[in-house]
Design a protein around this ligand. Structure first.
Ligand code: AP5
Length: 216
């Protein structure tokens, strides 16, 4: 199965992707996580990416496309993948489409998770993340068992630097300008499935699995 997860910041792409990894045993490829690792490691890519990410803007297409194509070439992606946060622009979608056509492995489905802006702000202002295993928690909806530490590896949880309200509002605006056009792009190819993501995580997962049952 080769999936793309679309949706505004806070829609739950990462949360649902982690569940799909367990269910289908295919890797989650999160461009946000990969870029944050580069920033943390101080690589050349990370140094370039950081200023865009801190402002809530997108990292330039050429940098992200090259990074994702390298990752898709790794052995674990041969059996399928879940792209979380890529593509986000029409040029990125076109580059992905060309690359997959070259190896005759088209996308199975594009899942579009939708929530209203105020819900995105509320979710993200309560999000805490484990820097080791990348699991996310939410003080309001999914708190860790022990305050401030990851349930799985005891690592102290962190807040993302782009989760303050002003930056989240900017990310939502950038999403509307640059990523919303992908709905038409994928709808025209018969790949788009829209999922209401306002409900509890389990309910959203049930909706996702129902959609995937119909996709090749
Ligand atoms: P990225 O890390 O991809 O951020 P994003 O797309 O803004 O998405 P988020 O990770 O904030 O939200 P999510 O939908 O995954 O929600 P989550 O599951 O965590 O990208 C960050 C930056 O990197 C970009 O701004 C850009 O600069 C750069 N970048 C990345 N990809 C790029 C690309 N392709 N091109 C250019 N630049 C790129 O859930 C959020 C919270 O809600 C959590 O606390 C969770 O516990 C909670 N939650 C989830 N589901 C539910 C639910 N159903 N009910 C209640 N709470 C829920």
């Amino acid at each position: 199965m080769r999936l793309v997860l679309l949706g505004p910041p806070g829609a739950g792409k990462g949360t649902q992707a982690a569940r799909l990894v367990e269910r289908f045993d295919i890797p989650q490829i999160s461009t946000g996580d990969i870029l944050r690792d580069h920033v943390q490691d101080g690589t050349r890519l990370g140094i370039k990416a950081r200023s865009y990410m801190d402002r809530g803007e997108y990292v330039p297409d050429a940098l992200v496309v090259q990074m994702v194509m390298g990752r898709l070439g790794e052995p674990d992606a041969e059996k399928g993948f879940i792209l979380d946060g890529f593509p986000r622009t029409v040029p990125q979608a076109e580059a992905l489409e060309r690359a997959l056509a070259d190896v005759d492995r088209p996308l199975s489905c594009v899942l579009q998770y939708d929530i209203p802006d105020d819900m995105a702000v509320r979710r993200l202002s309560n999000r805490w993340t484990c820097p080791t295993c990348k699991r996310t928690y939410n003080l309001e909806f999914k708190p860790p068992a022990r305050e401030g530490v990851c349930d799985f590896d005891d690592t102290p949880l962190e807040r993302r630097s782009d989760d303050d309200e002003l930056t989240v509002r900017r990310r939502l605006a950038v999403y509307r300008e640059q990523t919303a056009p992908l709905q038409r792009f994928y709808s025209a190819r018969g790949l788009l499935c829209v999922i209401d993501a306002q409900s509890k995580e389990d309910v959203v997962t049930e909706r996702t699995l129902a959609v995937l049952a119909d996709c090749s």
